[in-house]
Ligand binder design. Structure first.
Ligand code: H79
Length: 435
């Protein structure tokens, strides 16, 4: 089938729709950037940034030996943080595969470590009851058959010839078939690298120089595992066949990264990805960690905009996770232990995020997340209910005095000296359908 006939015909299966619902309710996941690129300690773009040829870069395979890696601990860390899924980089742009693949020699089984890391995650995630998503790069800086001559990066890499997409597509299908056959149920496939073949962000014509044949790739995935969600970090409006929309280093509608010109989908689950430190992959120069408070508020704001948050760590090459990451994740977990009701299974607030905080909603409850009210009353204009039957702090049930006057709910500033990320629950009745 051609792309257009297939794509327009895509109707998600019932199990896929169920999986989307699960995903949208899950709200919080752990992104893990880890692989051969972790070794030099210069981030996951080191091969491109330092113009290392594919042949020279391949040496890293000999040094991949994460003796301190403990999959049980890594998965438990995500669980304790209140995360509902893990998205593991299985093969980044450098082309190093983290599993036992027969389609490429550049893989973990040919490293001193010699263990299938995707398998370890798949088994452990099943054991600890957390879903596993797999990041998979469309772009490849190492393979001769990737059409690098039409791409924006990787032209330095010593590859000859013009690339051969038929061959490369065959390779990707082989690898995706392995990933969706040998590791049990996979929550989703997270594609990245499409942008290599497009005009810069923000330009009007961002069509791809390459026909990726997504129709073939996506139908292969949905045929192998119908529930498996497909997302593609192409920085475009979702294409037919995709099950969720992602925003890179951004919340929908904000475009702080300069990569997010696309509108937020009104029918697909949305996922924003963000890093705890600056870099995705391990970087020795990267010592700036967002605070726990910033991360809690980022998670809250994501939910207030109807989006999941996929929060990234870039562990050390030896398999240790930086204590700074662990501390942040533990703090998020403690906050969610108390306030999780205001995040999981919620939808976007009826008002967009405000300078003082933001709103999430579930059933007849409105969760008011106070970041900093600067000593001012909080005014919720155009309040969509006629009555507030109960108002209280989520953490301990303490009653809060809230008045509803002329369609505006007022939370007085002096009712409490709120700590940042304090959540007030408003139980409501008599929905006003429209104004
Ligand atoms: O895996 C992480 C990053 O390595 C990857 N996606 C996340 C999840 C990523 N790769 N690139 N980007 C993110 C951002 C894109 C940067 C670009 Fe450019 C700016 C691509 C086009 C403009 C720099 C300049 C690279 C090519 C031209």
């Amino acid at each position: 089938a051609t792309q257009s006939t297939f794509s327009q015909d895509y109707t998600p299966s019932a199990v896929n729709m169920e999986a989307r619902k699960w995903f949208a309710d899950a709200r919080f996941g752990l992104f893990i950037h880890w692989g051969a690129f972790s070794i030099p300690g210069s981030g996951e773009w080191v091969m491109n940034d330092r113009k290392i040829t594919a042949q020279n870069y391949a040496q890293l395979q000999r040094f991949f030996n994460p003796t301190a890696f403990d999959v049980t601990e890594w998965v438990a860390l995500a669980k304790r943080a209140g995360m509902k899924y893990i998205t593991l980089v299985t093969r980044h742009h450098d082309g190093f595969s983290l599993w036992d693949t027969k389609y490429s020699d550049f893989n973990v089984m040919n490293s001193p470590y010699d263990k299938d890391i995707v398998k370890m995650f798949a088994d452990e995630c099943q054991k600890q009851n957390i879903k596993l998503f797999l990041y998979y790069s469309l772009l490849d800086w190492s393979r001769d058959d990737y059409p690098h001559e039409t791409g924006r990066t990787g032209q330095h890499s010593g590859r000859t010839g013009k690339g051969d997409y038929a061959s490369y597509l065959q390779f990707m299908k082989g690898q995706l078939t392995e990933l969706l056959t040998n590791y049990g149920q996979i929550g989703g496939i997270w594609f990245d690298g499409h942008w290599d073949q497009t005009a810069p962000e923000g330009e009007s014509d961002r069509s791809s120089r390459l026909d990726w044949k997504y129709d073939e790739i996506y139908s292969l995935i949905h045929d192998l595992q119908p529930q498996c969600l497909i997302g593609n970090n192409h920085h475009l409006t979702p294409l037919p066949g995709e099950d969720f929309q992602m925003f890179e280093r951004d919340l929908p509608g904000e475009n702080e990264s300069g990569l997010s010109f696309q509108n937020a989908s009104d029918h697909l689950p949305i996922e924003a990805c963000q890093t705890i430190s600056e870099s995705w992959g391990f970087n020795l120069n990267d010592t700036t960690y967002k605070t726990a408070q910033q991360l809690i508020q980022y998670l809250t704001k994501s939910a207030a905009l109807g989006s999941n948050l996929l929060l990234n760590i870039g562990p050390r090459p030896n398999g240790e996770i930086q204590p700074e990451f662990k501390e942040r994740l533990a703090a998020l977990g403690s906050w969610l232990q108390i306030n999780g009701e205001s995040i999981y299974g919620t939808s976007a607030g009826y008002l967009p995020p405000q300078p003082w905080g933001c709103l999430t909603q579930k059933d007849n409850k409105i969760y008011v997340h106070l970041f900093n009210n600067n000593g001012k009353d909080i005014l919720l204009d155009m309040f969509p209910y006629k009555k507030i039957t109960k108002a209280y702090s989520l953490k301990d049930g303490t009653a809060v005095t809230v008045t509803l006057r002329d369609g505006t709910a007022i939370i007085p500033a002096n009712s409490n000296q709120y700590e940042p990320s304090h959540v007030i629950v408003l139980e409501t009745s008599d929905l006003i359908l429209y104004r």
